[in-house]
Structures are given as C-alpha cells and as structure tokens.
Design a protein around this ligand. Sequence first.
Ligand SMILES: [Zn+2]
Length: 101
Amino acid sequence: MATDYDAPRATATSEMVEDSLEDLKERRAKNSQSSAIDVDEADLAEALEFPGADLSGEELTVRVLPMQANEFRCDSCFLVHHRSLLTDSRKGKLFCRDCAA
Ligand SMILES: [Zn+2]
C-alpha cells in the first residue's frame, strides 16, 4: 500500500520538474528572497526573546539545594525544616514543631 502513496508523489514531482525548469529557477529565486525575509523576522523574534533568556539565567543562579543532612521533611505539611524543628518521629513519620502541636 505504501507504493500507492509514493507513486502519485513521484509522478507529481517529475511532472513539476519536467514542466518547467525555468519556472523552478524563478521560484527558487523568489523563495530565496522570501526566505531571506523570513530569516530577518526570525532574527527579530530571537532578539525579542533575549530578555526572557536573561530571566531564565537569573533563575538558574538561584540554586535549589537538595535536603541537607541536618534537615527533614515534615510528613504533614511536606515542608523541609531544620532538624531543630523535628519534634515527633513516631510511626516512622516526621513532624515539624508546628504540625506536632
Ligand atoms: Zn509540618
């Protein structure tokens, strides 16, 4: 069944090529001109996106550290607290001072 799809495309392409090499040359010339305009627009778009890229760079400077050895995650509020706030570890669960109260 794949040949059914390929055959029409091949004939259409060959017909276009045989049809007009001169037209193709003209089309390529026009396409190159229009594509040149498209490149300019793309460059403008990229230039407009640079401020956003700078913002993402700033976000990267804020490093998110993994939970440290002296910290724990509360099993109730799921916030990471310093171990000094750990008040209850019953039933294998850790609770911060606020949640244990
Ligand atoms: Zn908590």
